[in-house]
Design a protein around this ligand. Structure first.
Ligand SMILES: [Fe+2]
Length: 243
């Protein structure tokens, strides 16, 4: 009886699982899918090539679709070599930044934050990014500009934003934004600090941005999806953005 049951299961496993396994290892179209990489430079070369293949085949208009492709590659990225760190000017608790790889169609940079450090709310007009935590922990709160609000270039203007997501990241966890989705964010390092990598794409502009100083910064600690918060554009000076 037991033998018969075993035989009756075999056609199921052979017929149903095998196609799933084979299709998971075949590339789709001409855009290569990530595999396993032990070396960051090897990963970067193939990831860049895949991203360029995508752009050649599908164009750059669908920003979210492109960022989803890069998310796949972010998952397969080995840790980059230890970079040359630069302190972020005016940070009230140490934050260091580093460029890992410039160029097109994406750049890779790294950050590290002392325990409890805050990188206040800011936008990335025309840009998208994937933020991957590589050690420690951090909370990234994402926002979007409400309708009919002044653009980031109106320094001094009051603007309302809406909370859309909170990402509590630990080792190898990531979050994403695009030019039109969750484009504003602020970083808050956990009790042991945080380090991470960001893969960034710029569709429009040259990377100009602005911090948005919230009128009630404490409110951001109590995440409420859809909640509207008021702030004021303060330009690119970090010192003006802290509560
Ligand atoms: Fe940012």
């Amino acid at each position: 009886m037991q033998r018969r049951t075993l035989f009756s299961l075999l056609p199921f496993t052979a017929g149903a699982l095998a196609p799933m396994l084979s299709s998971a290892t075949e590339p789709s179209g001409s855009v290569p899918l990530p595999r396993q990489y032990d070396n960051f430079t090897d990963w970067l070369t193939v990831a860049r090539s895949a991203a360029m293949s995508y752009l050649k085949e599908f164009g750059a208009d669908d920003t979210e679709r492109f960022m989803r492709l890069l998310s796949l590659w972010a998952c397969a990225m080995p840790l980059p070599p230890d970079p040359t760190w630069q302190p972020l000017k005016d940070a009230n608790t140490p934050i260091d930044l580093a460029t890992i790889a410039g160029g097109r169609p994406f750049v890779v940079s790294a950050f590290r934050m002392a325990p409890g450090a805050l990188l206040p709310l800011h936008c990335h007009p025309g840009g998208g990014g994937i933020t991957l935590c590589t050690s420690g922990s951090l909370v990234i709160q994402h926002f979007e500009l409400c309708e009919d609000q002044p653009a980031f270039s109106n320094t001094g203007a009051r603007a309302d934003v809406r909370q859309v997501r909170v990402a509590q990241l630990a080792h190898h966890q990531a979050t994403m934004f695009t030019p039109t989705m969750a484009n504003l964010h602020q970083f808050h390092a956990g009790p042991t600090g945080a380090a991470g990598v960001e893969i960034a794409v710029q569709w429009q502009g040259a990377g100009e941005f602005s911090f948005l100083k919230l009128e009630q910064p404490a409110a951001v600690e109590h995440f409420s999806p859809g909640e509207r918060l008021a702030g004021r554009w303060v330009g690119m000076q970090l010192a003006a953005a802290y509560p």
